[in-house]
Design a protein around this ligand. Structure first.
Ligand code: ACM
Ligand code: ZN
Length: 467
């Protein structure tokens, strides 16, 4: 945020040369005594200004006289929440949308399907939620230990749930009122064990010709799979009016494809020599399906490796490499590198934190991230995977205050960012969040190591697990 009292240039002139998204979201607030005025180029800009005023009021900031002029650095400022591994539900999501609005974030990505649960009602295929939205195992770890059992809602041991179509329409509307776009993700072809469990007849065949109904990947050789995916995406497009639909594409293991008769037939017909081309085939078909209906597909960075249409957006997660390669190939890119934007990772030393994942990703460390000035980079996003995040309270613990850093990176050029000043503001804002009923990480007990944004020794060795 930029405080620049007294410069004489009009708001219109100040925003004239900005990229379209920044001009639309730019705002100016002038406070003189009891008078507050807002200038904006759109209702969205006005909303951003109102949220800034709300945040200032919550923080108890009452300047006598000031001018605030601000606009975002990136068009995409997002948060992904994994609803498959632990289902947190509508009220939780609406509460996080409120937080996102206050922080000036504008994109909520919902990871709605994965091996651990299908969380979106599909009217044409009710079996998906009847058979794969409920499991035995309150946490992902318990479910894993139990041997991945699914069950039905009437089972007293059932854990899970799903969003009805009406729930999702309500979420989309709630977000829209706060100028937040919701991007649904339907995983394919990997992370799809729940689909194979629901429809064993669609799964790959093993070498003896039997169905592999515990398979991880969908069968790209089976036309029934494409019919299912098209039916699902048709309903998804009906619920989610935004331009982008996320089709996953990450971590297909492709173990069953070389032996499956249907996959081999597809390879022969298409002249493929490598099973990886089957992933490209499926992703391209679904990307085109969306494109023909006026939508744009987003996929995790693996989709780049097997050929994608020009308009597909690549989401970099295995570090920043995929994003850089995708941009060089002319694709638009969302940066959510696991090096900085994975909020399922530890935010402090292992010995004082609940079980988490990955390398130490402290508030300071997140704040040092810079997605750069490449015009193909749409922006950045935090991803909260929930295998080890079983409850809404735990999810908030992982999100705040680190999401404050993502928001600030999304608005402010790196040259204008100051880590010490940010820390003081984050502390104050975290108190506000607590007062509003959000859980959060305890900044007061943060180790000096995490505070300093350290992660490795000078020799490059990862040292955090030794503490
Ligand atoms: C991912 O973390 N598998 C996208
Ligand atoms: Zn197959």
């Amino acid at each position: 945020m930029e405080y620049n009292p007294g410069d004489g240039m009009s708001f219109r002139r100040k925003t004239q040369a900005l990229p379209e998204f920044a001009r639309r979201e730019a705002y100016q607030i002038k406070i003189k005594g009891t008078r507050t005025s807002i200038k904006a180029n759109s209702a969205e800009g006005r909303f951003r200004a109102e949220q800034t005023l709300k945040k200032m009021a919550l923080l108890g900031e009452k300047p006598e006289r000031c001018t605030i002029f601000d606009y975002p650095r990136y068009a995409h400022r997002g948060l992904m929440i994994d609803e498959s591994r632990s289902f947190k539900g509508k009220e939780f999501i609406k509460k996080q949308i409120d937080a996102m609005a206050l922080l000036g974030l504008n994109t909520l990505h919902l990871h709605l399907t994965d091996a651990a649960g299908w969380r979106i009602e599909i009217k044409s295929h009710p079996e998906l939620t009847q058979k794969a939205a409920w499991r035995i195992g309150r946490t992902y770890a318990e479910w894993e230990k139990n041997g991945y059992p699914f069950t039905t809602v009437d089972d007293p041991k059932a854990y899970g749930g799903y969003y009805t179509r009406e729930d999702l329409i309500e979420i989309v509307q709630y977000a829209k009122q706060r100028f937040i776009n919701v991007i649904p993700e339907i995983e394919m072809p990997g992370h799809s064990m729940e689909v194979n469990r629901t429809y064993p007849e669609l799964a790959c065949l093993d070498s003896t010709g039997h169905r592999r109904n515990w398979a991880w990947d969908l069968c790209p050789g089976n036309e029934g799979v494409f019919k299912l995916l098209e039916d699902v995406l048709t309903e998804v497009m009906d619920i989610f009016p935004g331009k982008y639909i996320h089709i996953g594409g990450d971590e297909a293991v492709m173990k069953d494809w070389p032996v499956c008769v249907n996959c081999r037939k597809r390879m022969q017909e298409e002249g493929f020599t490598d099973v990886r081309q089957l992933q490209g085939y499926l992703v391209r078909r679904m990307t085109s399906f969306l494109h023909d209906r006026g939508r744009t597909a987003i996929g995790w960075d693996e989709i780049l490796e097997t050929g994608i249409p020009d308009d597909a957006v690549v989401q970099s997660w295995r570090g920043s490499t995929g994003g850089k390669k995708a941009s060089a190939a002319g694709h638009k890119v969302i940066m959510s590198p696991n090096t900085h934007c994975y909020f399922d990772y530890y935010q402090d030393l292992i010995r004082k934190e609940p079980l988490a994942t990955g390398e130490l990703t402290s508030l300071h460390w997140v704040y040092t991230y810079d997605p750069g000035d490449d015009p193909n980079v749409l922006g950045l996003q935090a991803n909260l995977w929930c295998e080890k995040v079983p409850t809404p309270e735990h999810a908030e613990y992982m999100l705040y205050p680190r999401l404050f850093a993502i928001a600030e990176i999304g608005w402010s050029p790196s040259g204008q960012r100051d880590a010490d000043e940010f820390r003081a503001r984050a502390e104050a804002l975290l108190k506000v969040f607590r007062a509003l009923g959000y859980n959060g990480f305890d900044m007061e007990t943060e180790s000096d190591f995490a505070k300093a944004g350290l992660r490795r020794t000078q020799q490059g060795e990862i040292i955090y697990p030794l503490f």
